[in-house]
Design a protein around this ligand. Structure first.
Ligand SMILES: Nc1ncnc2c1ncn2[C@@H]1O[C@H](COP(=O)(O)OP(=O)(O)OP(=O)(O)O)[C@@H](O)[C@H]1O
Ligand SMILES: CC(=O)N[C@H]1[C@@H]2OC[C@@H](O2)[C@@H](O)[C@@H]1O[C@H](C)C(=O)O
Length: 366
């Protein structure tokens, strides 16, 4: 078993999640503390500017304009996050075997063999004086895979530990939402559509708030079912599995003519309806549904999803005692250990590659 620290900066652009995990890359030995280092408003503005400039990237190592500034920022924020985490929890640096560093995705176009995660793994290894595994998506995309989602293999380990009724589905609702389906034999996964990013962006534009906290606005609005039916005609929803998304693939959809409450309700319901849309494409109908990620903290979204999935009950990871907001960070700790052991990170059912594939790049501190 190895002691790993996982780091995730997700598509919500809210901050860096940190998690400690003990694992041999197969089984979860022990969960540890978790941490969070939020981005400041100024840092978020730089990351948003990087998302705007990233579509100019043609080769994955290019860092045009704001992307270069964001690259340094992401490395620095992660180094700070780990240092604070080690201090806060009294973790001896020498006891950490590896750090799994996802970085920040600024562009994801697997059909063009292009996925870009910024943040410098080698600089982070040097700053932390620890081995760092980074660039988890590149090998998969280079082999013709979607390069996402990567968490399914960790979700499978969580399901085994929880001993859930099969088939089971874990739905992660971050900026983008994704699903892992596990029936004990098949491991199937894909992105499902928007998670919270469309709603977050809408709230930011209209209220200056970063999110619809506790789904309060959406709870007061009316869902525009016609708008949702139209949005669901986009080709992504009819496409077969596997499939993945860039954060901004749905950014052109807007609810600008609606009241603020109706717009929030409609975008929230769109996330739920898009998740339900995946069910007929899965090998079977899940009997266990577990929601993880920030979206699980939004009761309006949870209610709308439960309506879509009924009669199966929908739980959150909290209900199972999981550290719900740190699961992706734990996943990158787990994937880092798998990478060191050259175990597969991705499978034909999760990203569409032809055979199970390892990935990640190791940077040593010196
Ligand atoms: N109390 C809450 N009420 C409503 N929404 C919430 C609440 N807490 C978190 N969220 C939503 O969850 C989002 C953060 O989710 P999460 O941390 O899973 O995203 P992420 O790490 O960017 O994920 P990913 O990489 O999967 O896109 C916030 O931006 C917000 O939209
Ligand atoms: C390209 C990219 O960074 N995708 C993210 C994003 O956020 C959620 C969803 O879209 C998922 O596909 C992925 O993140 C998680 C960690 C994953 O790869 O499983």
């Amino acid at each position: 078993m190895q002691n790993a620290i996982g780091l995730m900066s997700g598509t919500s652009l809210d901050g860096v999640d940190v998690a400690w995990l003990r694992t041999d890359g197969e089984r979860i030995g022990e969960f540890g503390p978790t941490g969070y280092r939020p981005y400041t408003e100024a840092e978020r503005a730089v990351l948003r500017a990087a998302l705007d400039d990233a579509p100019r990237i043609r080769e994955r190592h290019e860092r045009p304009d704001a992307v270069a500034e964001a690259d340094d920022l992401v490395t620095r924020a992660h180094a700070e996050a780990v240092e604070a985490f080690l201090t806060e929890h009294g973790i001896d640096r020498g006891s950490v075997d590896v750090v799994g560093f996802h970085g920040q995705t600024v562009l994801h176009r697997p059909h063009e063999c292009l996925t870009v995660q910024i943040g410098d793994g080698r600089a982070l290894a040097k700053a932390l004086r620890l081995p760092v595994v980074y660039d988890f998506r590149a090998a998969d995309v280079a082999s013709g895979g979607q390069g996402a989602p990567l968490v399914p293999v960790y979700h499978r380990a969580l399901l085994r530990l929880a001993d859930c009724a099969m088939p089971a589905a874990i739905v992660n609702i971050g900026g983008v939402a994704n699903i892992t389906y596990d029936d004990g034999e098949n491991l199937v996964a894909c992105d499902t559509g928007p998670g919270n990013a469309l709603l977050d962006d809408y709230l930011l534009r209209h209220t200056g708030q970063a999110m619809d906290r506790d789904g309060a606005l959406a709870a007061q609005g009316e869902v525009d079912a016609v708008w949702i039916a139209r949005a669901l005609t986009r080709p992504f929803f009819a496409a077969s599995l596997p499939k993945s998304l860039d954060r901004n693939d749905f950014a052109a959809l807007n609810v600008e003519g609606m009241t603020l409450e109706d717009g929030a309700a409609t975008l929230t319901a769109f996330t739920a309806a898009a998740i339900a849309r995946i069910v007929p494409l899965l090998p079977g109908r899940p009997v266990t549904w577990i929601v993880v990620g920030g979206g699980a903290n939004n009761p309006t979204l949870m209610r709308m999803l439960a309506e879509q999935i009924a009669p199966s009950p929908v739980m959150t990871g909290h209900d199972l005692g999981w550290q719900n907001d740190a699961i992706e960070a734990q996943a990158f700790a787990y994937l880092a250990v798998r990478s060191l052991k050259k175990l597969p990170l991705t499978y034909p059912g999760t990203t569409g590659i032809s055979s199970p594939l390892s990935g990640g790049v190791l940077a040593l501190p010196s």
